[in-house]
Design a protein around this ligand. Structure first.
Ligand SMILES: [Zn+2]
Length: 296
């Protein structure tokens, strides 16, 4: 199976990937990145020897804008967008998605994500957990995979897992970090998702941030232990009565310290920060604790 990995060059390299799988029914695109780097995606697709109109099937792991913000470009040209059933309605009417993103990104919305146009309903195909789709000669299995987002799919293609954000973020062989933005973070569901991915025994993971990772089990184990460690740390800080601002400051120090222990060079540190902003992780974990654990 031929897989092309593209770097969408979101501010710096190694932040957002998109993938193409070659099939007998043309190239299948996995993830579109945001509208702001659509030109880069277009160029990568051309450089790989395809045209945009060749792409009839686009699979998005979830509807966060760094993963599917440019899906509407492909829908406009007739492609089918495959998405988790809970995400489908937000592609058709992105107003809630945009409002939710505005609460996180404020006046940076346009600069980060660009234009967010609706996807016509007849261009969307909602998936089901466990579903097996055939595109040409290639079989794609859908795994419902909540935890990072309630509307998250992992796609398994011939023993390879395209994990979106469900297998965390790992840049240039650095540490595996859990991206925990609001509003859906659910640690227990995420752990169940990791068990599900382990059960499939994939040979390779392709997280969207960023790229191929072959030591599958250590990768998933590292993610799970860090997810628990950081979530529990946030819970402790909240129980000590610390403010969100104090927690964010300390969390940033802890995360940067972890990255510096791994000798992450400046360029990759930036990539980690763009893929997984520290303050955003705190927002998501604080929300999880207040909603599920502290009964607030
Ligand atoms: Zn992401």
């Amino acid at each position: 199976m031929n897989i092309h990995q593209f770097d969408l060059d979101f501010y710096v390299p190694n932040v957002i990937a998109a993938y193409i799988i070659e099939t007998a029914d043309g190239p299948v695109l996995i993830e579109t990145g945001p509208d702001t780097v659509y030109k880069n995606l277009e160029k990568s697709i051309h450089d790989a020897g395809f045209s945009i109109d060749d792409i009839k099937h686009v699979f998005v792991t979830h509807i966060h804008l760094d993963h599917s913000g440019a899906a509407w470009h492909f829908a406009e040209r007739g492609a089918t967008i495959y998405v988790h059933p809970r995400g489908a309605k937000h592609l058709v009417d992105p107003s809630k998605l945009v409002a939710s993103a505005e609460r996180i990104y404020g006046d940076k919305m346009q600069e980060l994500w660009g234009t967010i146009n609706p996807v016509p309903e007849d261009r969307i195909r909602s998936t089901e957990d466990g579903q097996r789709l055939s595109i040409g000669d290639v079989g794609i299995r859908v795994l419902d995979s909540p935890g990072h987002a309630s509307h998250h799919n992992v796609y398994i293609i011939e023993g390879i897992a395209f994990t979106g954000d469900a297998a965390g973020i790992r840049i240039a062989g650095g540490p595996v970090l859990p991206p925990t933005p609001p509003p859906d973070i659910n640690i227990e569901q995420w752990q169940a998702t990791l068990r599900k991915i382990r059960d499939v025994k994939p040979d390779i993971l392709y997280p969207t941030h960023f790229g191929r990772s072959v030591d599958v089990l250590p990768h998933l184990d590292e993610l799970e232990s860090r997810l628990l460690e950081w979530s529990n740390w946030i819970g402790e800080q909240l129980q000590k009565g610390k403010s969100d601002e104090e927690i964010t400051k300390e969390y940033e120090v802890i995360s940067k310290d972890l990255l510096s222990r791994h000798n992450i060079v400046d360029d990759f540190l930036k990539a980690y920060e763009f893929a997984d902003p520290f303050w955003m992780n705190v927002m998501g974990l604080v929300r999880y604790w207040r909603k599920y654990k502290l009964g607030e």
